[in-house]
Each structure stands twice: as C-alpha cells, then as structure tokens.
Design a protein around this ligand. Structure first.
Ligand SMILES: [Zn+2]
Length: 273
C-alpha cells in the first residue's frame, strides 16, 4: 500500500486489521505489509500524527488483497486488549473519522456535496458551510451509599451485567446538572457531592464518556423511565456480573472495589482504561 505514514489503520465494518508476527506484540500493520486491490479515493483516507503516525483507510475486507497469515480482522473493541494502547487509540480515532466521513457526504443545509477542506474538516461545495467531526458527550456515574455502590442493568446492555447510570448530555446543561438529572430520571434518587473521576473516548461510534462519582442523598430506587430494568445498591461481597474492560464503567467499579475512589488516583494518559 502506498503511504508515507508509519502505520496503516484499515477499518472495515467495525473491525481493524491487526498484524501479529510470531514473537512480536500484535500491532497495526505498516503500509508495506498491506496490499489493497482497489485504492480508495483520498476522501476515504485520513492521515494523522497523534497518537501515532498513521493513515486511516475505510475498506471492505474483500478489497484487501491476500491477507498474510499473520494478519487478522479484529473487532475494534476487542483489539483494545490485544494491541498496544497507542495503536488502539489510533484505531479508535481512525474509526471515528471514517464514520464521520461516511455520514457527512452531503451538506445537511443545502444538500450539495461536502469535500475535504483540511485534514479534519469538510466544506460544502454549495453554501460554503464548514463542518468538523462531532462528538456526543455522555456522563457516567458511580453513586455510593455507605459501603455500597449503585449498579444497574439497562435494557440496551447486550449482556446480563450490571453497570453504572449513564446518559447523554443535553443542550444547555452542565456535566454536573446532567449527572444529577440522569440519576433522578433513571432511579428517582437524589445525590450529592458530585466529583470528576476521568474520561474515556468511546468510539462506538462518536462518544466521549465523562465519569463522575457521587454520594447518595435521599430517595428509594425506582426505575420509572423505562431505560433501566433492574439494579440497586450492592456491597463488595455481593457483586453481580460487571462490565468487562476496557470501559470506564469497569474502571470506576474497580477503583471503588479497591478503595481508590476517594484518592482519585486514576492514571492519566491511558487510553485503554
Ligand atoms: Zn451546503
């Protein structure tokens, strides 16, 4: 494949191509390790320098010529526990950029074609409107009551685990107001002492998860808005099944289990967590 980037991020329907040479840590392939049968136009490609020097390309699995036995298409989320953290971060960024590209081919105001303006912006060929990749911020909160934590099951969860209350930030509200509203709407509880925990890019497809901790203040748990189906306060020795890594929900639950919530010792700069 023709590219001056150090690594190639090939994305096909939520999967990323991984190179796993014997004796080496699995990683993203280098451009000369990939053969593309048909070259996508520049509109389907993004070059970026952070977190690693890479070129992102949207492909169909079928358009990649003979994959070497050392190469494998892997679900993006699963790749997080296989390839180095920086490579996963690059794959996640590539996935978001390519999703944005594929969903903004035409201007939403005048309907004309959108073309690449800078490396990460597009401009409308009709009205000149300029757009950048969008993010949907969502809060996620671990509510404590004494030695217990509030864990809930939402009907949108794909597995029978219990996670944390979460929801998208609405126009016109602060993150803290969103935390308070989501907990109230989804569980009827009032909370206090809302504190920032950490954040996580969640590229499925374009979310930013912002984690908070809070303390129970008053109320009885009631699931009235239909998003949650069950849950309640659990102690450390009566935990239900919890989310698997990499998710900020799991990271926050682990921090609580290990008594680290109060010390706020989340390691910075770790995109896998
Ligand atoms: Zn337009």
């Amino acid at each position: 494949m023709n590219s001056e980037a150090e690594y190639a991020v090939l994305i096909s329907k939520g999967k990323v191509l991984i190179q796993a040479c014997r004796g080496e840590t699995p990683r993203l392939p280098r451009p000369d390790e990939v053969s593309l049968q048909t070259g996508p136009s520049m509109d389907g490609r993004f070059r970026f320098g952070h977190p690693i020097d890479a070129e992102a390309i949207a492909v169909d699995e079928g358009s990649v010529g003979e994959t070497m036995p050392t190469q494998e298409w892997t679900e993006l989320r699963a790749s997080a526990s296989i390839i180095p953290a920086e490579h996963y971060a690059a794959a996640a960024k590539a996935s978001e950029l390519l999703f944005w590209d594929s969903t903004t081919r035409r201007c939403s105001v005048c309907g004309a074609e959108m073309v690449r303006h800078t490396e990460i912006s597009k401009r409308c060929t009709g009205c000149g409107r300029e757009i950048w990749p969008t993010l949907s911020p969502a809060v996620i909160v671990l509510v404590r009551r004494g030695k217990e934590a509030l864990l809930v099951h939402a009907k949108t969860f794909s597995k029978p685990f219990y996670g944390l209350v979460a929801g998208f930030v609405e126009t016109g509200e602060s993150l803290e107001e969103c935390v308070r509203r989501e907990v109230k709407e989804e569980t009827s509880l009032e909370i206090d002492n809302i504190r920032y925990f950490g954040s996580q890019s969640w590229p499925f497809p374009s979310q930013l998860m912002i984690g908070f901790t809070a303390d129970y203040a008053s109320g009885e748990v009631r699931f009235s808005d239909g998003e949650l189906t069950s849950g309640g306060f659990f102690s450390r020795d009566s935990l239900p099944q919890i989310p698997r890594p990499p998710s900020i929900a799991r990271e926050m639950i682990d921090a609580w289990l290990e008594g680290r919530i109060d010390s706020q010792t989340r390691p910075a700069n770790n995109p896998q967590e």
